[in-house]
Design a protein around this ligand. Structure first.
Ligand code: PMP
Length: 437
């Protein structure tokens, strides 16, 4: 292993900000709710890996399924072969998805899923003879991964600026939280109106017949756990219907129980035209992402000329047997242990526990929904993000993994978390926050 100040030859996910370029913490094992370090410490995982290990770490049925699949069929080229695990998984996902979202495309990450969904939207309009519809609408503070499509529709300027002009024809809706007011806008009666106005203005400016799709996270996750204001997603659906736009929910974070349901679409009672997923589909064990599309969207794509070669999209590892087997075992675990209902049942206790941190120095705001929480810290003007980053670092020393994003801390424990472990998370975090104010 590299020494404490030596990164070895491994190029970490990169950032140009020197303050955040630190030695990585080393972990060498994981089980259930905990990581193990090479020096034998046990560290409580407060963020499910990276919002992905929803069933906890090292779950035996998943490990067994991966092993068995590796022994049976290690790989099958998706452009030539199908295999039982891929078909079974697609069927399970279609059954979990709401409405007539019945067709499943498999890939390897959230970023690939988002780029795939955006490409499907454009291809759909081409197939329908409306190739003018190429514009895309995202949302400020939306995060959709790091592909070129994802950073374009994503609402984080810093993720785009270093990478040239990016994609043309993108607009962003306003975000759903007003930090200047330090107040949650959820439930404010005029919020739905504000959103509607914004979308109407974009449509007026560009003409609806040039717009392909709107993509949002039903609950913005990594940019600060921002649940939709009441009525927001319904209004968005109605507006998309009125103007004939496709609506894409990016459920890479919200999928598979984080909000107490298979998908947030179910929690909020709104059916989009496409759902992107990744992360928790197989509890973080083998890279996998995908898109679930409504049957009419799929049908339009498939109605091209008989020997069409124009429409091509797919990955070498689409529907990888190991990822599929892991996902099937994970979905079984979610069902057998009723983990989505467990998340729903734990939501009030989790919310209350995290909210108890509210009075601590330097905390601006706390939001929780499902088993996700965000703690906004007062930014240091000279070093934005540094306080949260330092807390992340020190929490690890105190035996807890939290996540820092900007000046916000995230807590998203595995759905197997016990109530006493929720208490442990808060108890370990509190002194670290106090000491870092
Ligand atoms: N979409 C959303 C909503 C995400 O939260 C993420 C990852 N945090 C992505 C897409 C990208 O996923 P990946 O890192 O697997 O490419």
């Amino acid at each position: 292993l590299p020494g404490p100040n030596d990164l070895g030859a491994w190029w970490m996910p990169f950032t140009a900000n020197r303050a955040f370029r630190r030695k990585p913490r080393l972990v060498s094992g994981a089980e259930g709710m905990h990581y193990r370090t090479p020096d034998g410490r046990s560290v409580l995982d407060g963020i499910s890996g990276l919002w992905c290990c929803n069933a906890g770490h090292g779950r035996e049925p998943i490990v067994r399924a991966i092993r068995a699949q590796a022994g049976e069929l290690d790989y099958a080229p998706p452009f030539q072969f199908g295999h039982p695990a891929a078909f079974a998984l697609a069927g399970r996902l279609a059954a979990l998805a709401p409405g007539d979202l019945d067709r499943v495309f498999l890939c390897n990450s959230g970023s690939e899923a988002v780029d795939t969904a955006l490409k499907i939207a454009l291809a759909y309009w081409q197939a329908r003879g409306e190739g003018r519809r190429t514009r895309l609408i995202g949302r400020e503070r939306g995060y959709h991964g790091v592909g070129f499509g994802g950073i374009a529709v994503g609402g984080i300027g810093a993720n785009r600026r270093a990478f040239g002009p990016g994609l043309p024809g993108i607009d962003h809706l306003p975000h759903t939280y007003d930090r200047a007011q330090q107040a949650f806008t959820v439930g404010e009666p005029d919020w739905g109106g504000h959103l509607a106005d914004a979308l109407e203005r974009i449509v007026e400016l560009h003409d609806a017949s040039t717009i392909a799709a709107v993509i949002v996270e039903p609950m913005a996750g990594s940019t600060g756990v921002l649940p939709p204001p009441k009525g927001y997603l319904e209004r968005l659906r109605a507006l998309c219907d009125r103007h004939g736009l496709l609506l894409i929910f990016d459920e890479v974070i919200t999928g598979f129980g984080r909000l107490g349901h298979a998908f947030a679409a179910e929690r909020y009672g709104v059916v989009p035209d496409m759902i992107t997923f990744a992360k928790a589909v197989n509890s973080g064990t083998v890279p996998m992402g995908g898109v679930i599309v409504r049957e009419p969207v799929h049908a339009a794509l498939m109605q091209g000329p008989e020997h069409a070669v124009e429409l091509f999209h797919g990955y070498t590892y689409s529907g990888h047997p190991l990822a599929c087997a892991a996902a099937l075992a994970t979905l079984d675990l979610y069902r057998d242990e009723d983990l989505f209902a467990r998340a729903r049942a734990l939501e009030p206790a989790f919310g209350q526990a995290v909210m108890s941190l509210r009075g601590l120095p330097g905390i601006l705001d706390i939001r929780t929904v499902g088993l996700a929480a965000a703690i906004d810290l007062a930014p240091r003007p000279d070093a934005p993000g540094l306080r949260a980053f330092t807390i992340m670092d020190r929490a690890f020393e105190a035996g807890l993994v939290v996540r820092a994003a900007g000046d916000t801390l995230a807590l998203t424990p595995p759905l197997i978390v016990r109530e006493d472990q929720i208490g442990e998370i808060v108890d370990r975090l509190e002194p670290v926050i106090r000491a870092t104010s």
